[in-house]
Design a protein around this ligand. Structure first.
Ligand SMILES: Cc1cc2nc3c(=O)[nH]c(=O)nc-3n(C[C@H](O)[C@H](O)[C@H](O)COP(=O)(O)OP(=O)(O)OC[C@H]3O[C@@H](n4cnc5c(N)ncnc54)[C@H](O)[C@@H]3O)c2cc1C
Length: 467
C-alpha cells in the first residue's frame, strides 16, 4: 500500500484515511474534564437532545457500554455524528468551558464510544417484535435511516427502498472518506439491519416502482427521505463545456472508484490538473480537498462574496487552507472559457457598496483551469411526486409537510423529512426532523388501525341495529 503521508491518500486504491480518534486513556481524561454543570447547556446545543452529560460521565468512569446505551436512546448514527456534526456550532459551542478557551471535545467522545461499542460488540442487538404495522422508507440517507431505526425499535416492520446499489446516501457517496470512513457508515447500517430492517437497493422509486405500487404491497405508511439529488448550475456561457462537472457528481465518482465500482480513469480530476471550484460551502471545500488529494497541481475556490459570508464551517476552511487550497473572494464567475473543453474561469471582481453588499466592479479576470467543479447548491428531484398524486411541493420543489401528524405530506399516509423538506442542511438536522416524522408516522398508524378496528356506526344511530 502506498500512502502519501502528507495527504493520507492511498494512490493504489484511490482511498483516503480519516484522522485518528481518542485512545481509551485520552477519552477518559477528556471526559473527566467535564464539570457536570447543574444546567448542562451542551445538551440544549444538540439538535437531537442527546444526553451528553450522561454519556460523558459514563466515559469518565470507564463504563463505555452504558455510555453507548445512553447515546442509542436518541441516535441511530453515533459514529457518523461523532465525525461530521458541526459540533463547534452546536454542543461544543454551548459547553461552558468553551468560553474559557478549552471546551470538552464532545464530538470526539461520541465517536470514541460508538467505535468502542462496535469494535467490542458490547451490546447485542435484538430485533423488536414488529407487530404495530409496516412502513416503507424511500431513501437511506440520515433521514431515512433515522426513521427506519426509530420505527423498528418501536415495533414496526420497516423496508427501505434505495436507488443506489448500497444504502447510506450522502454519507457514502458525498462526504469524502478522509472525513467519514465508509466502513463506519456500513457498520452503522449493519446495526440497523440487526434490528430487522430490510433494504431493497437499486430500486429508484418513481422509475422502478411508484408510491402507489408500494401502498399496494400493503404498507401502512410511506416516508420520503430522498434528499436533494439535483445539483444547481450557474447560467453562464460555457457551463456545458467538457471539464465542467458538478461537485456531487465528482465526489460520488471518487467514492465509486474507491469502492472498486468504477474505473479510476473515469474520475473527472487527474494528477496535474488546475482545478477551480465555484462556491464556498462545505461541499465546495470537500470537493477542493478531494481534488488536492487526487494530485491536482492547484485548487482555487472562487466565491462571489467575502470570507465572512462563506457558508463553510471555519474548521473546514482552516483545514483546506492548511492543505494548500487557494481562495478568491469577491469573485463572481461570468463565463467558463475554452473551445473543445474548459480552459479557464472568467470572473468579475466585486466591490463592497455603501450598504456593505458586494456589487460588480466591471473588472474582469481569468483564472486558467483544466477542470471546473460547481458547488452552488442542490434541490430535490421530482421523480416521486410526478409519478403519483396528491403530494404537493413548494415553488422550489421541496415537499410540503404538516405539523400534525408531524411530517405528513398533503397525501394521507405519505410522510417526508430531511433535506427534501427543509433544503440542504446537516446530517443531524435531517435526523432531528426524521425523529419527529417517525413519531408522526407511529401515531398515524396507531390511529388508523384503531379506526379500522372500530365497528361501523349504524346509519340510524340505533346501537341495536349494529348487533
Ligand atoms: C459533499 C457533502 C458533504 C457534506 N458534509 C456534511 C458534514 O460534514 N456534516 C453534516 O452534518 N452534513 C454534511 N452534508 C449535508 C448532509 O449530508 C445532508 O444534509 C444529509 O445527508 C441529508 O440527509 P437526507 O437523508 O435528507 O438525504 P440524503 O443523504 O441525500 O439521502 C437521500 C437518499 O435517497 C436516495 N434516493 C433519492 N431519490 C430516490 C428515489 N427516487 N428512490 C430511491 N432512493 C432515492 C438517495 O440515493 C440517497 O441515498 C454534506 C453534504 C454533501 C453533499
Amino acid at each position: 500500500m502506498l500512502i502519501d503521508k502528507k495527504t493520507d491518500f492511498d494512490k493504489d486504491k484511490l482511498t483516503f484515511s480519516e484522522d485518528q480518534g481518542f485512545t481509551i486513556r485520552e477519552a477518559i481524561a477528556e471526559a473527566k474534564r467535564c464539570l457536570n454543570c447543574p444546567r448542562p447547556l451542551c445538551r440544549t446545543g444538540c439538535p437531537i437532545d442527546n444526553d451528553i452529560p450522561g454519556f460523558v460521565s459514563c466515559v469518565a468512569q470507564g463504563n463505555f457500554g452504558q455510555a453507548s446505551k445512553i447515546i442509542a436512546q436518541r441516535s441511530s448514527l453515533p459514529a457518523v455524528c461523532g465525525r461530521v456534526c458541526p459540533h463547534e456550532k452546536q454542543c461544543e459551542a454551548h459547553c461552558v468551558m468553551t468560553k474559557q478557551q478549552k471546551g470538552i471535545r464532545i464530538g470526539k467522545l461520541e465517536r470514541f464510544v460508538a467505535d468502542f461499542e462496535s469494535d467490542m460488540e458490547v451490546d447485542r442487538i435484538t430485533p423488536t417484535q414488529a407487530t404495530k404495522g409496516s412502513v416503507a422508507v424511500i431513501g437511506s440517507g440520515p433521514a431515512g435511516l433515522t426513521v427506519a431505526g426509530d420505527l423498528a425499535k418501536a415495533g414496526f416492520a420497516v423496508t427501505v427502498f434505495e436507488g443506489q446499489n448500497e444504502p447510506g446516501g450522502v454519507l457514502l457517496y458525498g462526504i469524502p472518506a478522509f472525513r467519514l470512513n465508509k466502513d463506519v457508515v456500513r457498520r452503522e447500517i449493519d446495526r440497523l439491519k440487526q434490528l430487522g430492517i430490510l433494504f431493497e437497493t437499486n430500486v429508484l422509486v418513481g422509475q422502478d416502482i411508484t408510491a402507489d405500487q408500494i401502498f399496494d404491497r400493503g404498507f401502512d405508511a410511506i416516508f420520503i427521505g430522498t434528499g436533494t439529488a439535483l445539483p444547481r448550475t450557474l447560467e453562464v456561457p460555457g457551463k456545458d463545456l467538457p471539464g465542467v462537472v458538478q461537485a456531487t457528481y465528482f465526489l460520488s465518482m471518487v467514492a465509486l472508484a474507491a469502492g472498486g465500482n468504477l474505473d479510476q480513469k473515469e474520475v473527472p480530476v487527474a494528477k496535474g490538473d488546475r482545478v477551480v471550484v465555484i462556491g464556498a460551502g462545505n461541499v465546495a471545500i470537500d470537493a477542493a480537498r478531494t481534488a488536492l488529494r487526487l494530485g491536482a497541481q492547484r485548487v482555487t475556490i472562487v466565491y462571489r462574496r467575502t470570507q465572512t459570508e462563506m457558508p463553510a464551517l471555519q474548521s473546514e476552511y482552516e483545514q483546506a487552507v492548511a492543505e494548500g487550497v487557494q481562495f478568491e473572494w469577491l469573485a463572481s464567475p461570468t463565463a467558463f472559457t475554452g473551445g473543445e473543453r474548459v480552459r479557464g474561469v472568467e470572473y468579475e471582481l466585486q466591490k463592497i457598496d455603501a450598504n456593505g453588499k458586494p456589487t460588480p466592479s466591471c473588472q474582469l479576470r481569468i483564472l486558467p483551469a483544466d477542470k471546473v467543479i460547481m458547488a452552488v447548491g442542490q434541490r430535490p428531484a421530482a421523480r416521486i411526486v410526478s409519478t403519483t398524486t396528491g403530494i404537493d411541493v413548494n415553488e422550489n420543489g421541496y415537499v410540503i409537510t404538516k405539523e400534525r401528524p408531524y411530517g405528513m405530506t398533503t397525501r394521507r399516509g405519505v410522510f417526508a423529512g430531511g433535506d427534501v423538506v427543509h433544503e440542504p442542511a446537516t446530517v443531524v438536522l435531517a435526523m432531528k426532523e426524521a425523529k419527529k416524522a417517525a413519531a408522526g408516522i407511529a401515531s398515524y398508524i396507531e390511529a388508523k388501525k384503531l379506526l379500522d378496528d372500530c365497528e361501523p356506526v349504524p346509519a340510524s344511530g340505533d346501537p341495536a341495529q349494529a348487533q
